[in-house]
Design a protein around this ligand. Sequence first.
Ligand code: FES
Ligand SMILES: [Fe+2]
Length: 345
Amino acid sequence: MNELSPATDAVRSLPADWYFDPAIYEAERRQIFARTWQFIGPEQEFQRAGDYRAVQVAGYRLFVIRERSGSLKAFHNICPHRAAPLLTEGDGHCDVLRCRYHGWTFATDGRLMATPNFGEAAWFDKKAHSLVPVRVEVWRGLVFAAIDDRAPPLIEFLGDIPALLEPYPIETFGKLDQAEFAMNCNWKTYTDNFVEGYHIPGIHAGLNAAVDMSRFETTHRRGVVIMKAPQKGGSIYGGLWLWIWPNMTLSVYPDGMNTSRIIPTSEERTELRYEFYFADAASGLNEKRRATIETNCQIVREDFGICEEVQQNLKSGIYRDGPLSPRHEDGVKYFQDMVRASLAQ
Ligand code: FES
Ligand SMILES: [Fe+2]
């Protein structure tokens, strides 16, 4: 192996202005978020025809709905009349999609059905005003959608993730809870934090006491950063923590897993949507499971504090970039290289 020469091969973080520059955010919207498969949620949220989940990511509003034929469909959440959203963000059920602005109605397969009080016009063709479809695919019980037709098939996009998760029966876990967070920082400020364990001793006293940091490992494979920390005693922390390009996380613990979506809502605002799943979900939440969820949420809150302060310093005009640790920040380097490569396209 070549020895690193600090002068020529220095590994530095992204430039500070990439964390707040509106032009970078716009490029990320189009070149990252439109072109990648976005995790929407577990398929078990779409049991009956008409069940839907409406989401947004970096200014794109989409929804996935179980159609009458039984298949899943996804659409842009934009009425083709004058651009109102058809559904409010979140989960729900509807048999017909009705735009509340002027009352146009659509079938769950996207066809425009009725345009009340629109009037007669020879030039108006209902068939040309269906909802705009988005690609949707399911992998092992997890639903993903992709806006851009040029995104590769989901299984290809997932890179080495299917092989990594093969030993875990993730599709048998049932969702029992969820949690939402919002923070004042760029989505990359939070992601940089998620993909390294270097900060655990400084920021997470509880977690630090529960894992053996001397054996904390961060590696990456195609499309994924993998973090493993041998646990001390029977805590929840043992297992596999994955970050999946560009904005999903999935952590497997002894009797279940959690997923999260890291959602940019503007240059300096990010939301997090966590979902918690357990084996034998019919037995419901018990004290131990609630503690698992609360511990996870506590760690997230600890991360927010530091991420919001880092964001302020990134904006100060003083800091430009910094060196990345070869021992601990391989995940940060991998993520940031993916961002650089995407924006260079
Ligand atoms: S914008 Fe939807 S009916 Fe007018
Ligand atoms: Fe953290």
